[in-house]
Design a protein around this ligand. Structure first.
Ligand code: SAM
Length: 275
């Protein structure tokens, strides 16, 4: 079975969807605003004759048609981080503020963690967790290169994450970039569908549900759930979910979003906030 067949009923234009899945993903870097401003990065690329295109919807994203952004010196100095364009959305939706306590439940190798840290202006406490120790080495390397200092790194299963040892007993915001079926990574990994199986999808959706449940428990009472990255990460019922403000029990009963932003909403804003 081709995993993409399952999307036929979910997408409006199947031919366009399949054509998009066949298009290679452009190489993109995100400016690390803790270290440099976007115009300074552009000037550095100009000086080094590195080809780039500014992304229209986001001042801090550059497409790199020549590839290999990791070989440029702005990368080496931590001014930019290689990150898919769509992967820059979750931190914007999460909208963390400097000084808050934020949990990135499935964080490695840290692309979104580092974006969240920059949005927090490196202030407050950002807890980056992942159950895979090897992938955490990459996160720590990225965090050091990008100069993050508000970061706590933990290596636990997010499904039964304990807040013991922290000075707070709830997070202000939680990012759940859960492990997924990887169907949507076909644009960067042409072999992604070779190891695909429905058994794995069912298994991984159980993990997603467990992490999301724990995320909700680790937050105060009102939540806003934003299924994000839907173009990139296809998961079971995710694509047709409207975003909504939900109560904890309704989230626990529901299906699972592959990549989900959960943030606390002050009661005064709860009705008006729509993504
Ligand atoms: C989609 S990747 C995260 C990518 C990362 N957020 C980024 O932007 O660089 C999902 C991650 O979930 C981790 N993971 C899988 N099961 C987990 C669990 N039960 N608890 C915590 N992390 C888990 C995997 O090791 C993997 O690193």
């Amino acid at each position: 079975m081709n995993p993409l067949d399952r999307y036929a009923d979910l997408v409006d234009d199947e031919a366009a969807f399949r054509a998009a899945c066949d298009r290679p993903l452009p190489q993109v870097v995100r400016v690390n605003t803790l270290a440099a401003e976007a115009d300074r990065v552009a000037a550095a690329f100009d000086e080094a004759d590195v080809e780039y295109e500014r992304v229209a919807w986001h001042d801090g994203l550059f497409r790199m048609p020549g590839g290999s952004p990791g070989t440029t010196w702005p990368y080496f100095h931590g001014w930019v981080h290689g990150q898919e364009e769509v992967s820059a959305l979750p931190a914007l939706a999460l909208d963390p503020a400097p000084g808050e306590t934020v949990w990135d439940a499935c964080a490695a190798p840290g692309s979104k963690t580092s974006h969240v840290a920059a949005r927090m202006d490196d202030r407050g406490t950002l807890v980056a967790n992942d159950s895979n120790l090897g992938r955490l080495s990459a996160l720590r390397h990225n965090a050091e290169r990008l100069g993050l200092t508000n970061l706590v790194v933990t290596n636990r299963d997010a499904r039964n994450y304990s807040l013991r040892g922290f000075e707070f007993d709830a997070f202000d915001r939680v990012l759940v970039d859960a492990p997924c079926s990887c169907e949507g990574t076909i644009r960067k990994n042409p072999d992604a569908h070779e190891t695909w199986s429905l058994d794995h999808v069912n298994e991984i959706s159980g993990v997603q549900r467990g992490v999301l449940r724990r995320a909700v428990q680790a937050m105060p009472i009102l939540f806003h759930v934003v299924p994000s990255d839907v173009v990139n990460t296809f998961a079971l019922p995710l694509t047709r979910w409207p975003s909504a403000t939900w109560s904890a029990p309704s989230i626990a009963r529901s299906g699972v979003a592959a990549e989900t932003v959960v943030s606390r909403i002050p009661a005064s804003r709860a009705r008006s906030r729509v993504w």
